[in-house]
Design a protein around this ligand. Structure first.
Ligand code: ATP
Ligand code: MG
Length: 272
């Protein structure tokens, strides 16, 4: 995609999901949950922590609709990854719920959530380094019994470098290329929703822009993208909606644009 920076992002409302319940009432700065109760994927007022440990999340709500990129930002240790893991079923939610396309999936295992159409790229250990790029993509399709060749070609079209390197061990790739493998692997299940935890971690600004462009491209096909980002400003630029989490709770919620314009968000989280 060769758009200029200001043209980037998912601002073309024509591709946004027309579902009536999916629209968000922004409440920037209020800290109140947004009205996303009918969102395609929602972790709704989730409270919970790890094992028998203390609660990390406190009535935390994150959600995404088709055609959207929803971005979660916040300080280190705020619980962003924990919120993603909770939505994916990797920790017990003590109260609140997770719903996918109207179905309560709070009790499902991560494996069963994958079968329901969820794909999750965790923050760390998100590829098999000793396996080739192509083997990683094949592993991604483990739940499928149909022909995966077409999907693999789509992944190679999205990330052409992966086709060139398909016979190389994924561990030999650069940081940005590994992230492409991780996202590509997630897409191999033909998911209904894509969850990414810091897809641009540790890459240069140019590679970050490139990855964001690919993520925008994916979102424009209608696939909802819920992602955590350390590069808050750049991520909010391309976000249809954003969540600022602080100490496991929603501190600010709104459109990416609203959050970027919010003086309190700017001062506290975006460096002024
Ligand atoms: N597996 C775990 N077991 C116990 N506590 C954990 C575990 N993972 C994270 N925590 C704790 O949960 C809190 C939130 O961590 P989390 O990783 O969700 O934050 P984060 O917002 O993703 O941070 P970062 O920006 O550094 O990725 C921290 O206090 C952390 O110590
Ligand atoms: Mg994290």
């Amino acid at each position: 995609m060769s758009d200029t920076y200001s043209d980037r992002g998912n601002k073309d409302r024509s591709i946004a999901n027309p579902r009536p319940g999916g629209t968000m009432t922004p409440s920037p700065g209020t800290g109140k949950p947004v009205h996303s109760g009918n969102a395609f994927l929602i972790g709704d007022t989730m409270t919970g922590g790890y094992g028998k440990g203390p609660d990390i999340l406190h009535d935390c709500t994150i959600a995404v609709d088709p055609g959207e990129i929803a971005v979660i930002v916040g300080p280190n240790g705020a619980g962003k990854s924990t919120a993603m893991k909770a939505v994916f079923g990797m920790l017990d939610v003590r109260s609140g719920s997770v719903r996918l396309d109207g179905e309560d999936i709070t009790a499902l295992s991560p494996q069963d959530r994958v079968r329901k159409g969820m794909a999750f790229v965790p923050q760390t250990s998100n590829i098999f380094t000793s396996m080739t790029v192509e083997e990683n993509l094949e592993m991604g399709a483990f739940i499928r019994e149909d022909d995966i060749r077409g999907t693999m070609e789509q992944v190679y079209e999205l990330f052409p470098i992966l086709k060139d390197k398909r016979r190389q061990p994924a561990g030999e790739l650069s940081g940005g290329q590994r992230q492409q493998v991780a996202v590509g692997r997630a897409l191999m299940t033909q998911p209904k929703v894509l969850m990414l935890d810091e897809p641009t971690a540790g890459v240069s600004p140019i590679v970050m822009d490139e990855l964001f462009d690919r993520i925008i491209e994916v979102a424009r096909t209608g696939l909802p993208v819920l992602m955590v980002e350390q590069n808050a400003r750049q991520a909010l630029e391309i976000a249809d909606k954003g969540y600022v989490l602080v100490q496991g709770a929603n501190a600010h919620t709104g459109t990416g644009k609203d959050l970027l314009a919010d003086p309190e968000v700017r001062r506290s989280f975006l460096g002024g």
